[in-house]
Ligand binder design. Structure first.
Ligand code: T3D
Length: 264
């Protein structure tokens, strides 16, 4: 049987490829567990300084697998769909946001339901111009999960977030870029090259500082201005003790390119 998730290890980063192309990489417990396992491996691998997440075939991810969906019926009047969310979706999103590594997402086709929101949880999102983002949940009578109701209003504002969630209309990659939902839309045939180049670039940056930025952005969602300023000061003190900071300043003064080691 094909692996539901392919992990390619490069010199300084890992590429994770959702691998159920016949189902547009729909998510099931095997894929979700493999994803969480791959995040754990990346964090444990000291040489891994960035991740790239993408999909095999023509789609990125069509959300949760619907062929084995539990639906209410006489035998099961009160199914608990929250179980998948609690067992897997929450873990995937929490790990993506909490990983001390930058995560690039290369959206290579349709990203629907949980697939769209997993993409939006990544740090830098590139999408091929043929890709689209669909809050498909409403089409089957569900509500957005994988933190779609958290990320979408923060990325594109409530007016657009509410309409997208309620109407389930697709957003093209070009529109997503114009709205600030993603970093960049690129030509489909350039997506893989651009995403790998970006991941390689991020993997050569001061990894600890990037991890601290992730913590700062995460905290800013709930902090007051004063609390955020205080957190920035404390985090800057931490950044100021890293070898990459020393290297950055030395390189600047010597008018050479810094050689950051990541310090992981
Ligand atoms: O269970 C729980 O825990 C609840 C949690 C839910 C979280 C969620 O993610 S809910 C949202 C689930 N996803 C969807 O509702 C999206 C379903 N898919 C679609 O609407 C469409 O496939 C797309 C808009 C994504 C793409 O359309 P299109 O025309 O490009 O492709 P297609 O022909 O519909 O799909 C291609 C194949 O993938 C097809 O299989 P076939 O007929 O060739 O054998 C289709 O059935 C399969 N597929 C697509 N999405 C899913 C799927 N199979 C299972 N589950 C899917 N989600």
């Amino acid at each position: 049987m094909d692996e539901p998730l392919i992990v390619e290890r490069r010199d300084s980063w890992h590429k994770l490829i959702l691998n159920r192309p016949d189902k547009l990489n729909a998510l099931n417990p095997s894929v979700l567990a493999a994803l969480i396992g791959a995040f754990d491996q990346a964090e444990a691998d000291r040489s891994c300084r960035a991740l790239l997440l993408t999909g095999a075939g023509r789609g990125f991810c069509a959300g949760q697998e619907l062929s084995d969906a539990i639906i209410p019926g006489p035998d099961n009047p009160n199914p608990d769909l929250g179980g998948i969310a609690r067992s897997y979706h929450q873990g995937v999103i929490a790990r993506l946001r909490g990983l001390p590594l930058p995560v690039v997402c290369a959206v290579n086709g349709v990203a629907a339901g949980a697939g769209a929101n997993i993409a939006l949880a990544c740090d830098v999102v590139l999408a091929g111009r043929g890709a689209s983002f669909v809050q498909a949940f409403v089409r089957i009578g569900l509500v957005p999960d994988c933190a779609g109701t958290f990320f979408l209003p923060r990325l594109i504002g409530e007016a657009r977030a509410r309409a997208l969630a309620m109407l389930g209309e697709p957003v093209t990659a070009t529109q997503a870029e114009a709205w600030g939902m993603i970093w960049q839309a690129v030509d489909d045939d350039a997506l893989s090259f651009e995403a790998e180049a970006l991941t390689t670039r991020l993997a050569a940056l001061p990894t600890e500082a990037l991890a601290m930025m992730k913590r700062l952005f995460a905290a800013s969602a709930a902090n007051t201005l004063d609390a955020q300023l205080d957190l920035e000061a404390r985090t800057q003190a931490e950044a100021g003790r890293t070898a990459d900071y020393a290297e950055g300043v030395r390189a600047f003064l010597a008018k050479r390119r810094p050689a950051f080691t990541g310090g992981r």
